[in-house]
Design a protein around this ligand. Structure first.
Ligand SMILES: *Cc1c(COP(=O)(O)O)cnc(C)c1O
Length: 430
C-alpha cells in the first residue's frame, strides 16, 4: 500500500519510505491511500484469535510488501508481548488498561513497533539515523525503551529540566548506549522549538539523517489501532458496540481508533477526552479550528494547543463536518474535576485512575448521562507515573510497583543544556 502526503505536494511513497522520512517533503503527514475493509467473519470469530493474529490482520495491509510476512509477524509479536486487559469499573464503564508495557504508558506499542520497523529498514543503510524528539514526559521514556540497542539508530531526547515526574526522568536517562538525554533549562515548548529548528537546519541535515519518533510517523500511529480491536475482543456484549473515550493530546491514538472503525470495527461512538486544552472541543461546537497556546495541566501528556493528527481525522471524514460529528464528541475537563474523579472512582469503585484516565472516565460518564449505554475509557498511563496528583486526590501514598523499583535506583545520565538552539546545534554537529 502507498501513503500520500495530506498536503498533496509530494509523491506517494511505500510504508518503508514513509517510516524513514516521518513527514513528507511538503511537510504534510502521510496517510494511507485507501482504508482496508475487514470482513465480518473476522469480528464474529475475534474471541478465538490471538492478539498477534488480530494485530497482524489489522496492520499487514498498511505495511504491504515493505516487510516480509514472517518478519512482520515477529515484529508484531515482540511489540505486544504484554497484557492489554479490559477491566470492569462499574455497571456501565470499563477501563482498557494500556499501561502494562515496559514504560507503563500506551506509547510503548507505537514506539516498539516503529523502532523494530526502522531497524529492519536500516539494516543495510550506510548512514546512521538520528531520532530526535522533544518530550513532556511519556514519549521520551517509550522512545528510549523502544529504540534501546536498535542498530543503526541513535536517539536524542530533549526534555524540560525539573518538569517531568521522577519515574519519567529515570525512564529516559538511565539506559545509556544509543540513547542520549538532553536536559534543557526551559519548558517543553522550548524543547519542541529547538527540535523543529534542528529539522530545518541545513548544516545539521548535511551531517545527520534526522527523523522524528512522534505520532506523526505512520509506524507509530497505525499500530495503535490494535487497542480498539483488543477491546472489542474482550467486550461482553458484542451485539451492542461500546462508546469509546480516548484521553487525547496530539490526537494520534483516537485517530487510529477512528481508522479502525472505518475498517469495520464495531464502535458506537468516539469521545475525545481533553483537559483544559480544548481546541477540538471548541471546533466540534463551532466548526472553527483555532489553535491556542498550550495550558499546563495535571494530565500533562495531553497538553497540546495545536494537535498535529487532527488533519488526519479530517482526512478520514473527507472534511464532512456533519459526518464527523456523528461519530465524534469531545469534552474538556478541568484539573479540579480530574482530581475529584480520581477520588470518587477510587472510593466508589475501588479503581485507581491516573490523571489522563480520569479525564477519559469523566468524559465518558458525561456522554452516557445524555445517551445511556455502556462504554470503555482508555487508561493510558499507570497512576504511579503521576504520584503527586494521584496522592493529592486520594489522600494517601501509592506504592511503586516492583517492576519500577530497579530503575528508580539507577543513576541518571543526562547532559544539562541551556535553552539555546546554538548549543543543540553544536551538540548535533560534534
Ligand atoms: C501521549 C499520551 C496521551 C495523548 O495521546 P495522543 O495520541 O497524543 O492524543 C494520553 N495519555 C497519556 C498517558 C499519554 O502519554
Amino acid at each position: 500500500m502507498k501513503h500520500y502526503s495530506i498536503n498533496k505536494q509530494s509523491v506517494t511513497v511505500d510504508f518503508r519510505e514513509a517510516t524513514i522520512r516521518g513527514q513528507a517533503p511538503d511537510m504534510g503527514l502521510y496517510f494511507p491511500e485507501r482504508i482496508p475493509k475487514i470482513e465480518n467473519e473476522f469480528f464474529r470469530d475475534i474471541e478465538n484469535l490471538s492478539n498477534e493474529e488480530i494485530a497482524f490482520r489489522v496492520i499487514k495491509p498498511y505495511v504491504g510488501d515493505a516487510i516480509p510476512e514472517e518478519k512482520l509477524f515477529q515484529i508484531i509479536s515482540e511489540t505486544i508481548n504484554f497484557p492489554i486487559p479490559l477491566v470492569q469499573v462499574n455497571e456501565t464503564i470499563f477501563s482498557l488498561e494500556l499501561f502494562h508495557g515496559p514504560t507503563l504508558a500506551f506509547k510503548d506499542v507505537g514506539s516498539r513497533f516503529m523502532s523494530r520497523c526502522l531497524g529492519y529498514f536500516l539494516k543495510d543503510h550506510e548512514k546512521k539515523v538520528t531520532v530526535l524528539v522533544a518530550t513532556s514526559g511519556d514519549t521520551g521514556g517509550a522512545v528510549a525503551n523502544g529504540f534501546y540497542e536498535t542498530e543503526g539508530v541513535e536517539v536524542i531526547i530533549l526534555y524540560p529540566s525539573g518538569k517531568v515526574s521522577p519515574v519519567q526522568e529515570k525512564q529516559l536517562t538511565t539506559l545509556g548506549e544509543n540513547i542520549h538525554a538532553l536536559e534543557v533549562k526551559g519548558t517543553f515548548d522550548d524543547c519542541q522549538q529547538m527540535v523543529k529548528k534542528a529539522f530545518a537546519d541545513e548544516d545539521i541535515n548535511k551531517k545527520r539523517f534526522l527523523t522524528s519518533a512522534n505520532s506523526i510517523n505512520v509506524a507509530r500511529w497505525l499500530p495503535q489501532q490494535v487497542y480498539y480491536f483488543f477491546a472489542y475482543k474482550q467486550w461482553p456484549e458484542k451485539g451492542k458496540p461500546p462508546v469509546v473515550s480516548v484521553p487525547s493530546g496530539n490526537f494520534g491514538n483516537i485517530c487510529a481508533g477512528l481508522l479502525a472503525q472505518q475498517s469495520g470495527l464495531p464502535v458506537k461512538h468516539f469521545i475525545a477526552a481533553c483537559n483544559a486544552n480544548d481546541v477540538i472541543s471548541n471546533y466540534l461546537k463551532t466548526e472553527i479550528l483555532k489553535p491556542k497556546q498550550t495550558i499546563p495541566t495535571l494530565s500533562n501528556a495531553m497538553d497540546v494547543g495545536n494537535p498535529s493528527n487532527f488533519v488526519r481525522i479530517l482526512e478520514i471524514f473527507q472534511h464532512r463536518f456533519s459526518v464527523l460529528k456523528n461519530d465524534l464528541s469531545s469534552f474538556s475537563i478541568s484539573d479540579e474535576e480530574t482530581l475529584l474523579t480520581i477520588k470518587e472512582v477510587y472510593q466508589h469503585c475501588n479503581y485507581l485512575c491516573d490523571p489522563h484516565g480520569a479525564v477519559g472516565y469523566l468524559s465518558l460518564e458525561r456522554y452516557l448521562d445524555q445517551f445511556p449505554g455502556k462504554g470503555i475509557f482508555l487508561e493510558t498511563a499507570h497512576p504511579v507515573k503521576f504520584p503527586e496528583a494521584v496522592e493529592k486526590a486520594i489522600g494517601q501514598k501509592i506504592e511503586i510497583p516492583a517492576s519500577l523499583a530497579g530503575i528508580m535506583k539507577k543513576n541518571k545520565k543526562s547532559s544539562l543544556m541551556e535553552n539555546s538552539f546554538e548549543q543543540l546545534k553544536g551538540y548535533l554537529l560534534h
